[in-house]
Design a protein around this ligand. Structure first.
Ligand code: NAD
Length: 369
């Protein structure tokens, strides 16, 4: 064990983060020691911070992270895509897929649904491993992890890879319904970072008629910049008035497809009204159990024959897609990097969380220095 110390932001209780020091451990032959550069705050981090719905406390949060390899175990030769790895490389991490899970063996293309799936930044502190999340100066990446070398992306792009993988997966799930095409009118409800990235992802895939719905004017302005053509504010309009606006755009029918990107039960129940008969819906926003919502199975589902799909994280195979999409967005002038509006140093992580909760800006980054 070396004597050098790492700093990590440990969530020790609801809304309570303490910066603690841990010895930087000697790594094993299958491990990687990464000096963290920073990570974005996700809506899920905020749910964890407020009330620990996953029961992870004590935990070092931060899963939208990136950093530089400072030590490489002797058995680690390449990243998940086969690129050689070396000290100094910039990396991002995807999910930890337990290869010996019988579910993964039986459904290898559905590894994201394994009950024992791991995500760095959502792993409880243990005596063996303290440096489990990217809200820290260092993180220890274990054998069997899915790591990607991303030397050619800048810091802002690198912290957007993880949430973009979420929206890449949501788009893939939506496409399984066969209900999305170039002419579709698509509603994205919730314009936090996930909803905005959903809009940008749809736009990057050639879908033009995107309608954004949120209650924060600045977020709706951003929605128009990253690809929406209409934006409706639920602070100004009642749900029936939003529905009337959507119908006015769609020959009186309703949207062909809708993505639910809030973690709010009333929104998850209300979105069904926005979808036309025979249309589709993708539920993205409920990564955390924020409680049930009410739908009318007659009006909302049976009579309309809506096809609904859920979307749960992503597979490691979707990381290269997210990375390619980032480059494509840059090439078509989609200002995706403008979503990262704030940076706070690790020592000010409580202020960063407060800014996020107050919805100041869009994507808030916490940097290790
Ligand atoms: N499915 C997945 O794999 C996955 C992955 C990451 C995050 N998530 C979830 O996605 C959700 C969104 O994440 P985020 O980082 O964008 O969070 P966020 O809290 O920043 O954004 C949510 C947005 O929804 C808006 N909203 C709230 N009620 C609304 C309503 N009635 N109508 C319209 N808009 C409304 C808010 O104003 C806000 O802009 C979170 O709940 C998060 O847990 C899911």
């Amino acid at each position: 064990m070396s004597t050098a110390q790492a700093k990590a932001a440990v969530l020790t209780g609801p809304s309570k983060i303490e910066i603690r020091e841990f010895p930087i451990p000697d790594i094993g032959p299958d491990e990687i020691l990464v000096r963290v550069e920073g990570a974005g705050i996700c809506g899920t981090d905020v749910h964890e911070y407020k009330r620990d719905p996953f029961g992870l406390i004590p935990v070092v949060l931060g899963h939208e992270g990136t950093g530089e390899i400072v030590k490489l175990g002797k058995n680690v030769k390449s990243d998940f895509g086969g690129k050689p790895l070396a000290v100094g490389d910039k990396i991002v991490t995807s999910v930890l897929v337990p290869a010996d899970d019988p579910f993964v063996r039986d459904f290898p293309d559905k590894a994201n649904l394994s009950e024992s799936l791991g995500v760095y930044g959502l792993i409880t502190d243990s005596p063996e491993y303290h440096l489990n999340g990217f809200f820290a100066t260092h993180i220890v990446i274990r054998g069997g992890s899915t790591v990607f070398q991303v030397n050619d992306l800048n810091f802002t792009q690198r912290i957007l890879v993880e949430p973009l993988a979420v929206t890449v997966h949501a788009l893939a799930r939506a496409k399984t319904t066969g209900l999305l095409d170039f002419a579709s009118t698509v509603v994205v409800q919730g314009c936090g970072p996930i909803g905005l990235m959903m809009i940008a992802t749809l736009r990057a895939h050639g879908i033009g008629n995107i309608v954004a719905v949120d209650g924060v004017a600045s977020r709706l302005e951003m929605a128009l910049k990253v690809g929406a053509v209409k934006a409706f504010n639920v602070k100004d309009l009642k749900p029936e008035a939003v529905l009337a606006e959507i119908r006015a755009l769609t020959k009186g029918r309703g949207a062909d497809f809708a993505f639910q990107c809030t973690g709010v039960p009333a929104a998850a129940g209300g979105i069904w009204k926005f979808v036309r008969r025979g249309g589709g819906l993708c539920e993205v926003g409920f990564f955390v159990d924020n409680g049930p919502c009410q739908i009318n199975p007659h009006e909302d589902l049976c009579k309309k024959e809506i096809t609904a799909v859920g979307s749960w994280v992503y597979t490691p195979q979707e990381y290269p897609v997210a990375i390619a999409m980032l480059r494509h967005m840059a090439s078509i002038g989609l200002p995706i990097e403008s979503l990262v509006t704030h940076r706070f140093p690790l020592a000010k992580i409580n202020e960063a969380m407060a800014a996020n909760i107050a919805m100041e800006g869009i994507k808030i980054a916490v940097t290790s220095e």
